[in-house]
Design a protein around this ligand. Sequence first.
Ligand code: F3S
Length: 389
Amino acid sequence: MYLTADEEKIYNGESGETLAKCMEILVTLGEIYGADRLIPVRSVQVAGVSYRTIGDAGLEWIRDLRAKTRVPTILNPAGMDLKDWKKMGINEDFAERQLEIITAYEHLGVRPECTCTPYHIHNDLAHFKDHLAWSESSAVSFANSVIGARTNREGAPSALAAALIGKTPNYGLHLDENRRPTLTIQANGKLDDSDFGSLGHIAGPLVENKIPIFEFEVKPTLAELKQLGAAMAATGSVALYHIKELTPESELYPQPAETITIEWNEIKEVYDCHCEPDLIAIGCPHLGPEELTKLAKLLKDKQVKKELWIFTSRKLAKQHPGEVNKIKKSGAKLFCDTCMVVSPASERFKCMMVNSGKALNYVPKLCGVKCTLGTTKECIHTAVTGEKR
Ligand code: F3S
């Protein structure tokens, strides 16, 4: 892999041990995947934030780094609401370690905003054709597919290395030839809301290592695209998809030779997972403004009978105080900086009802909690009546 004279110097340790280590991570990755060079990135999103996931070893690793980020860098959700962690039932020891992780990242120049939907709160992080180094799979999918920016799915160390160097190796989804659709997926029936998470849940494993292009009867909304991509990235490893006549790169390439069809019945069958929910959790991926408004309307003048947790970014919550008040008045709890999957707070429940195909896949595996899928309206109905529709 070609390195400029300045990059060589960093690699050889002339800018210190931390940057040499970062350069080694990027060069090793680049050589494994056949990158020709390093390319500058506009922004970085770093996963590996929850104390539950990275533990003391991860904290020590971040603390030992001596450098500053060179591009805007934002964090993935942490293991708790950084302010209201007591309301989540998080214990003092966990909270202390989690806050130490955030402080360690801040010392590196990372913005202490913990969200998997940074595109809802910043418009300087990703534009069409920008190169990025993002980590969280749903954020990666959204950036590539909906924004038309370019990022591989980075691990926590490679994302942080990219943040501190300001560059990433040029391979994979950074290259035009790897963004061409290779499988058409026709989804039959008029889909809505959580149907897109359900579809993504089914499509993920079917896609394998191909790039899908979807054909829909009715064009999905941004929130629905987010659900589709998040679920496909969770059940498969899909980091880029196109939607015919909708997403920015969908018309740039020839149509694929292979087509599969997913029927409406198959999509509806994903809702048939039964358990009696003691927690309803909404906000995977973190809510955007449309979804927050929709929830505020659904909860207006209602009182919840079951525990209802709603997740979004702190900045978005601050920007929408009216909606947040309506949600909180219903007795629902709105948490920021975290989510039902990465926080240990979910583990004390037996069955979680979600409107997200990604959470449906991850909650049983990562939290050991049974999970059932509903539409957003069904989730709210269950929360306010105490009964599953
Ligand atoms: Fe985001 Fe947590 Fe879901 S990080 S995509 S809300 S699992």
